[in-house]
Write a protein that binds this ligand. Structure first.
Ligand code: MG
Ligand code: MG
Ligand code: MG
Length: 318
């Protein structure tokens, strides 16, 4: 074992891929100062990795700033691992307990991953893992290179939906401005729309791909729950495909889920149509105070899975 693989969650999004790259770079630079070594007793090179194919947005971002797609891995057996952007076993590598987790940097609720030893664990309730990493760069004195600043900025804009998501904090905005300066990007919002527009091109995607593109597994009240999300600049882009998408969601549920949800998020309107297939339709009222209208329910001002959909559902299921 001569390396540490830095890896984000399954169904990688821009933040999880770019944070793997940014943390691996930081790790390797930090290592040179010997201060990391003193603390971690780990003289290993960090290598960014991903658990699956990159989406169109992430491909655009990596290409724009001159990065190759990270190496694909799926199993932790015999590996040293640093996790970014998740702490849920269901979203992580296979056989996690047969590898060794040495660090976690995240911005989600703490999941069910535990470690037998003390590790570097840094999590903040902010809009993106990239924001947390910038704090770590500042703290360690490692300078953020121009191209890394670019992908970190893209991660913040992607995860916060250009600062519109309820997860957005003042720290995200401040860090984004600092990174924009380093990356040489003048108009943050314009760049954000350019980034987000890449995943709004759904014409080419099958209904299955729409459901699965950003689908995450959870266990809530002992039940298997899946929640997907698709963020579009304008929801009318998929208006005539909703039946087809719903059928795919029904199929997905039959893979052993108690409930599956698909957030159809309208970035410009700032709300989400939540499509639901469940054994327990009352769960929707319990969680969101509204009944299903047919296949879905409109949730005004809801754009964040982690902050506005997962917590009320977990409460409703418990
Ligand atoms: Mg993510
Ligand atoms: Mg994230
Ligand atoms: Mg996200």
């Amino acid at each position: 074992m001569a390396e540490v693989f830095v890896v984000g969650h399954k169904n990688p999004d821009t933040d999880s891929v770019c944070s793997a790259i940014s943390f691996a770079y930081l790790w390797n630079e930090w290592k040179k100062t010997r201060r990391l070594d003193e603390m971690m007793k780990l003289d290993f090179d960090a290598i960014p990795a991903v658990q699956g194919d990159l989406n169109a947005e992430t491909k655009f971002v990596l290409e724009k700033f001159g990065f190759d797609a990270p190496k694909k891995i799926s199993d932790a057996t015999g590996k040293k691992i640093a996790l970014v952007d998740h702490t849920e076993k269901a979203q992580s590598l296979d056989n996690l307990d047969r590898g060794e987790i040495v660090a976690i940097v995240d911005h989600h609720k703490i999941g069910d991953i535990t470690t037998p030893n003390p590790i570097l664990f840094l999590s903040l309730p902010v809009g993106s893992t990239a924001t947390v990493l910038k704090i770590l760069y500042d703290k360690t004195g490692v300078e953020v290179p121009k191209n890394i600043a670019g992908i970190m900025l893209a991660s913040i804009l992607s995860d916060t939906v250009i600062f519109k998501s309820a997860t957005t904090t003042e720290l995200d905005k401040k860090v984004a401005e600092e990174l924009a300066k380093i990356a040489g990007i003048d108009d943050l919002i314009k760049f954000g729309i350019e980034v987000k527009s890449k995943l709004s091109e759904v014409k080419e995607l099958s209904a299955r791909e729409i459901v699965m593109r950003d689908f995450k597994d959870f266990v809530m009240g002992g039940k298997r729950v899946g929640i997907g999300q698709i963020e579009l600049l304008d929801l009318s882009l998929i208006e005539n495909r909703k039946d087809e998408i719903y059928s795919e969601l029904v199929k997905k549920k039959s893979e052993g889920y108690h409930s599956v949800f698909l957030m159809l998020t309208d970035i410009m309107k700032g709300g989400t149509e939540l499509m639901v297939v469940t054994d327990e339709p009352e769960i929707v009222r319990k969680a969101f105070g509204k009944d299903l209208e047919g296949k879905s329910v409109w949730l005004e001002n809801v754009m964040s899975r982690k902050k506005q959909v997962v917590p009320p559902l977990e409460k409703a299921f418990s």
